[in-house]
Design a protein around this ligand. Structure first.
Ligand SMILES: N[C@@H](CCC(=O)N[C@@H](CS)C(=O)NCC(=O)O)C(=O)O
Length: 275
């Protein structure tokens, strides 16, 4: 039988990266100071992976299937979720936003002075970045899943409205007038949100017909285009991104809101926050 078309209802989630992400996996296949336990389709992993590449941290990439929960993943993160980061002393770290801050504190400000957060000498500015991260985690990202998991037409229209309104809020609140969120360089806020906004351009477009040009006011659309072309064309983003077919196939289950899809899908269906 021939392979189903990308995003076909019978397609299943992938278990290996494709495209440039696969090249990066190959280049990071030897034991290193850090081991990133990841899954090729996972946006939470994508966040951390972008940061590891950007800060040129020493890491090995280890692909795991988080739905099968191998024993070494459970040892690092008893919830069995990816990303999980194994440190050189064998200890594990979980939660993508915590890992992002850890990587930045440990490897940021190093080579080329790159950092995902303002310097420690600016605690207020750092708090502003964290507030932006917290806001997208509580609003924009859950609304991505509600939109994608909605089955009835009315619920999908409501999903489009909610997601667009959160996207508009995010774009409007960018401190920079063009390019990255802060108008200067890649930050923790870009890393936090980019994996879902990228999936909005392929997954939401494919399954829900999401078209930012039709939904955002012209001024906001211009800022969105400037942000998305800057971030999606950034080397660290491209190096950690697979080809579109991988995302379309891996999100079929969400688009059909199949039972047992994932802890994220369950939490959304139960009206809870992200796991
Ligand atoms: N709050 C976690 C969420 C991680 C998460 O939900 N990862 C998904 C893959 S995208 C997972 O491991 N799912 C396994 C499951 O649902 O059992 C984080 O930010 O790291």
């Amino acid at each position: 039988m021939s392979k189903p078309a990308p995003g076909h209802k019978d397609a299943t989630y992938h278990t290996e990266c494709t495209g440039q992400a696969l090249e990066t996996v190959k280049a990071h296949s030897s034991p290193s100071e850090l081991t990133l336990f990841g899954a090729c389709f996972c946006p939470f992993v994508h966040r951390v992976w972008i940061a590891l590449e950007y800060l040129q941290a020493p890491y090995q990439y280890r692909e795991v299937d988080p739905y099968k929960k191998p024993a070494d993943l459970l040892e690092l993160n008893p919830k069995g979720l990816v990303p999980a980061l194994k440190l050189s002393n064998g200890k594990g770290l979980a939660e993508s936003t915590v890992i992002l801050e850890y990587i930045d504190e440990k490897y940021g400000g190093g080579k080329g002075g790159k950092s995902l957060l303002p310097p420690l000498s600016d605690p207020y500015d750092r708090a502003v970045y964290r507030l932006a991260v917290d806001k997208v985690n509580r609003t924009l990202i859950p609304s991505f899943y509600r939109y994608l998991q909605a089955q009835e037409v009315e619920a999908q229209l409501e999903g489009a409205k909610e997601f667009t309104s959160n996207l508009a809020d995010f774009v409007r609140s960018m401190p920079g007038s063009k390019g990255f969120w802060n108008g200067q360089g890649l930050s923790i806020v870009d890393c936090t949100v980019a994996p879902w906004l990228y999936r909005a351009t392929n997954v939401l477009r494919h399954f829900r017909g999401f078209e930012p040009k039709e939904l955002l006011e012209p001024e906001l659309f211009e800022r969105w285009e400037s942000w998305s072309s800057t971030v999606f064309e950034h080397d660290a983003f491209k190096a950690t991104t697979s080809t579109d077919d991988l995302y379309l196939d891996s999100y079929v289950r969400y688009s059909q809101n199949r039972p047992m899809t994932s802890q994220v899908a369950d939490a959304i269906n139960k009206g809870r926050g992200l796991p």
